[in-house]
Design a protein around this ligand. Sequence first.
Ligand SMILES: Cc1cc2nc3c(=O)[nH]c(=O)nc-3n(C[C@H](O)[C@H](O)[C@H](O)COP(=O)(O)OP(=O)(O)OC[C@H]3O[C@@H](n4cnc5c(N)ncnc54)[C@H](O)[C@@H]3O)c2cc1C
Length: 381
Amino acid sequence: MTSAPASTEATVVIGGGFGGMSAIQTLRHRHPEIPVVLIEPRQRFIFQPLLYELLSGELQPWEVTPDLNQLTASLGVSWLRDSVVSIDTRQRSLTLASGRSLTWRQLLITAGSQPNDYGTPGVREHSLSFRDDDDVQRLRQRIATLKKRSLDSALVIVGAGATGVELACKLADLLDGAAALHLIEMGSSILPNSTAFNREQASVALERRNITVHLNTAVTAVEAERVLLKPGTAIRHQGLIWTAGSQAVSIPILPAPAHHRGRLNIEATLRMEGQEAVFAIGDISGCPDANWPATAQVAMQQGAAVAEALAAQRRGSPLQPFEFMDRGEMLSLGVGDASLTGLGMTLAGPIAFQIRRATYLTRLPGASLGLRSAGAWLLGR
Ligand SMILES: Cc1cc2nc3c(=O)[nH]c(=O)nc-3n(C[C@H](O)[C@H](O)[C@H](O)COP(=O)(O)OP(=O)(O)OC[C@H]3O[C@@H](n4cnc5c(N)ncnc54)[C@H](O)[C@@H]3O)c2cc1C
């Protein structure tokens, strides 16, 4: 961890995830004269799209969750391992969990999202989540326990969006019949936001693995060993993973900012509504003029764009609107299997798996030749 400058001249970045690290990477490479301070409580960068491969052991921790110490040192960025607990935009100051205060010239908020249980009773107490390396460890332990049991066992995954479907397929391969898998979805189809090709491939992958999909089924409560469903049925389980929703991380901001669908309201230029020098990107932000999905792809592109906006603002140049370029969708569908669509390509099976893995690990284009890890992606250019 590098010590942060006391200067109010710095651009302060809250959150060292996809949006924050992409912004920092671009700032360091294209505008190295701008002093940058990162505030991030985690020791590691979490490359979430590859957590399934971390769970299965197809990839190693150094590839999927590189150490931020090394990354920030290599990029020459000051990093405070701390959390922001409040922001005062009038004073251009923020307070950290450690009690320390910091001022800024420009602020970038990119603190991401967290699970949303929609107030469903028992979810917090009795469910696992799947968002970081600690979750992966907990799930690995659960798999090991289930493999030792001789009784009938079941794992339940709630939410048939991309995370739920990808996780179900990977878990089925890892459990190898040691537990039944149930995928519960409130809506009328799996993967409502995916392309028809990926949805079809995913349906085939789920069926091939004997995963029971419950559509039009809402969870009303989660208990230690049971999940209660509408209309009035229940499934016994030895583990429930909640992937059914996410919401923006909430950091108290004064004066209270405008929100768009529960996220910080930003303009097309990525600047926060009504603010001169405060920008927000990634899962924490929402723009009423655009329907950018909450994905790593969007956060990374916004990171590169906001770095240019921050530099332009310092020069007194006008800010340009952000334009998202959809590069398609890639799904992990079990060990060694994937499906992808985008940029004129549709592909499924082992070759799609290799392409998905290589694309994420090297983050083409932009990475140097031969780089393999997520960390290398963050440093490469
Ligand atoms: C299992 C899984 C698989 C996914 N797969 C894909 C995929 O295949 N493709 C895709 O495009 N997207 C995928 N996503 C979504 C993608 O990971 C997110 O959209 C992306 O991480 C958003 O980037 P972000 O920078 O907004 O937030 P994050 O990457 O989550 O970074 C936010 C950072 O802010 C930090 N932070 C939080 N609160 C504070 C605070 N108060 N102070 C300081 N720091 C704070 C957090 O510790 C975190 O490091 C997946 C998500 C999950 C959970």
